[in-house]
Each structure stands twice: as C-alpha cells, then as structure tokens.
Design a protein around this ligand. Structure first.
Ligand code: CO
Length: 143
C-alpha cells in the first residue's frame, strides 16, 4: 500500500445523499437497511433538513439531505441530476492546515474560511472538478 506524504483524511465522517422526501428515504435507509435514525435537524443556514443515521457497528454515518428551498446549490443539484450521492465527508485533524495543503496541491477549496456547523465542527467543501468528480467535505470535529 502506498501511503501519501500527508495524512489529511483520517476517517469517513459521513456520506450525504440528497433526496426529494426525507420520509420516503427513511423507509429505505432506516426501515429496510436498518440504520438507526439518531435525529432529524433543520439547518437554516444551508436551507436543508437532514436525517442522521449512524452506522451501528462502525465509524461514520449516512446523512439524508432534503433541500427546503429551490434556490440553493444542493436544490439545483437535485433538480438537475436527481436523487443520489451528494458528497463524502472526511474528518481531518486541523482544517486550516488541510485547506492550505489542498490548495497547494491544486485542489479548489470552495470556502475562504471554514464554516461552523451545529455540532461545533468546522467544515469546508472541495470542488468536484478538482477531486475526480466527487464533492468532498472536510470536517474538523471539536476536540
Ligand atoms: Co456533509
């Protein structure tokens, strides 16, 4: 196994799936796949409603994301491409250092400064065109 020089991504924090209807999606991810529903949260800053389903025996969780308006990036993504995988989130130790390293490597970080999430996490997104077609999110969780 080849190990990269920098150890930025420590673990998968979550995989986000954009859906039209949270309740319908829960009938698959909770009721069929059996992922426990931890909570549903409105995120006004992002204009979405999110269901958090942590994997019972592992690390990380599935987030089902339903846009609550039509004027956000994720709502346009849903309208244009339909439901599906939206992004994968990796946890990093130091998000400022990670942002600098990624920018130096030519990846496009979409925020100038990390944003602050409801769990106290800092987060940024990486443009998919610089990450082989995948929208990547980075989290720094509070210590
Ligand atoms: Co996310």
């Amino acid at each position: 196994m080849t190990v990269g020089k920098m150890q930025l991504a420590k673990r998968i924090d979550h995989i986000a799936i954009v859906v039209q209807d949270l309740d319908a999606a829960l009938q698959v991810y909770r009721d069929v796949l059996g992922l426990p529903l931890e909570r549903v949260e409105e995120v006004p800053a992002e204009k979405v409603k999110v269901a958090f389903l942590p994997l019972p025996e592992g690390d990380g969780e599935v987030e089902l994301v339903q846009p609550t308006t039509h004027d956000t990036g994720i709502a346009r993504y849903l309208a244009e491409r339909g439901e599906g995988m939206h992004h994968i989130c990796f946890e990093v130790g130091d998000i400022q250092a990670a942002m600098a390293d990624l920018a130096a490597a030519g990846l496009q970080v979409l925020e100038e400064e990390p944003r602050l999430g409801s769990q106290g996490q800092k987060y940024v997104f990486i443009h998919p065109k610089t990450a082989h077609g995948v929208l990547i999110e980075l989290y720094e969780r509070p210590k």
